[in-house]
Design a protein around this ligand. Structure first.
Ligand code: NDP
Ligand code: GDR
Length: 375
């Protein structure tokens, strides 16, 4: 691609899981990529360090700017300076459980932050130049009414995180309709990778599994083992984000695999890769050992008196339910229908859940063997 045709992208949340994969993808496509990072007392750019270079020397066209979603003037300045053709708004306080602890901050970053970005583009008169991607989420469906969920399924947020993302979803649509902006929502179901933050359940499980298998940890404490999620691989999903911004018309799309898996099944898969077969045991276990209903009262009973609070491996308890990880209101099941993305974007996912679990376990194992910090 010649220099004059090179597109410029700005990624908020570039230091996160999705931001790092998206930056790689866009650089590969010949983009100049700018990312916003937050000031911290310790450098925490591990996920993009391989892309970054000292600006005094030649390197990839990848640049980092200090910024924060709570600071309008800073966001406006960065957009003005970088003049992006495409903005990918991925920055968020993205942990649903933490959003109950920090609801106001979560709302500011995940809700108001989106408005700040859209307003900056509009005030700078860039609404006809800059395409905007908003990281919307399957958490919007919350207390699920319909299965599977697609672009027309009604929303019912179940956390401060989801409520903030609901505002973000609508303000994005409003700017599209009010100012003719190319602004789209990608309603993405859970996607994971070896770069997943270690407090999300999948990474918490794979990391603990290798630590337990190598004798560095005794037990894994988890919350609701019967929550079901539609888990894909982040690499597949960032490709979908890019495709959404290459369309003629701005539209919202669901990305999902169409398969839902229980947290306990994810545990079984992860431990099984390490040769550990789990046997579920505990007081109050029902016939099937599962909770299939999404009836709230039944669910409440299940959390106050958890099923299967012991998982035995050769008589030893290695996983235990700890109610501190239950959420005041839970999203029990998510299952997405990505037919629209498959038809219009020709988006397909390449990684199955087996591939995903295998890669996550192997990378965590590699890190332990190489005595690297497991991030
Ligand atoms: P991560 O938590 O891995 O990354 C979040 C990013 O946002 C990090 O770079 C973080 O910076 C940055 N950030 C947080 N707060 C601020 C702030 N106040 N100002 C500037 N930057 C901030 O999330 P993912 O990569 O997994 O997700 C990306 C986006 O997609 C998020 O908006 C998330 O809500 C959404 N999403 C994610 C899904 C998933 O399954 N992964 C599914 C659907 C939606 P730092 O590194 O400094 O913490
Ligand atoms: P989620 O992801 O809330 O779906 O949000 P998370 O991995 O945190 O939880 C998935 C399910 O697992 C249950 N769970 C636990 N969760 C965590 N974090 N820790 C535990 O110990 C634990 N035990 C059981 C949870 O209750 C839940 O049901 C993710 C984030 O990436 C969001 O930003 C994104 O919008 C959605 O996915 C789609």
């Amino acid at each position: 691609m010649s220099a004059s045709k090179q597109k410029t992208a700005l990624i908020t949340g570039v230091t996160g899981q999705d931001g790092s994969y998206l930056a790689e993808l866009l650089l590969d496509k010949g983009y100049e990529v700018h990312g916003i990072k937050r000031r911290a007392s310790l450098i925490k750019t591990d996920r993009v360090d391989h892309l970054y270079h000292d600006p005094h020397y030649e390197g990839l066209p990848f640049y980092l700017h200090y910024g924060d979603m709570t600071d309008s003037s800073n966001l406006t300045r960065i957009i003005q300076e970088t003049q992006p053709d495409e903005v990918y708004n991925l920055a968020a306080q993205s942990h649903v459980g933490v959003s109950f602890e920090s609801p106001e901050y979560t709302t500011d970053v995940d809700g108001m932050g989106v408005l700040r970005m859209l307003e900056a583009i509009r005030i700078l008169g860039m609404e006809n130049k800059t395409k905007f991607y908003q990281a919307s989420t399957s958490e919007l469906y919350g207390k699920v009414q319909e299965m599977p969920q697609n672009e027309d399924t009604p929303f019912y947020p179940r956390s401060p995180y989801a409520a903030a993302k609901l505002y973000a979803y609508w303000i994005c649509r409003n700017y599209r309709e009010a100012y003719d902006m190319f602004a789209v929502n990608g309603i993405l179901f859970n996607h994971e990778s070896p770069r997943r933050g270690e407090t999300f359940v999948t990474r918490k499980i794979t990391r603990a599994a290798v630590r337990i298998a190598t004798g560095q940890q005794k037990k894994l404490f988890l919350g609701n083992l019967d929550a079901k999620r539609d888990w894909g691989h982040a690499k597949d999903y960032v490709r979908g984000m890019w495709l959404m911004l290459q369309q003629e018309e701005p539209e919202d799309f669901v990305l999902a695999t169409g398969k839902t898996t229980k947290v306990r099944e994810f545990c079984e898969m992860a431990f099984s890769h390490l040769g550990i077969e789990l046997e579920w045991k505990g007081e109050g276990v029902n016939e099937k050992g599962i909770i299939d209903s999404i009836d709230e009262e039944q669910f409440k009973d299940s959390t106050s008196q958890p099923f299967n609070d012991l998982i035995l491996n050769s008589g030893e308890t290695i996983i235990e339910v700890d109610p501190q990880y239950f959420r005041p209101t839970e999203v029990e099941i998510l299952l997405g229908d990505a037919s629209k993305a498959k038809q219009q974007l020709e988006w397909e996912f390449e990684y199955s859940i087996d591939d995903l679990v295998k890669e996550m376990v192997e990378k965590d194992l590699e890190k332990i063997i190489n005595k690297e910090k497991i991030q």
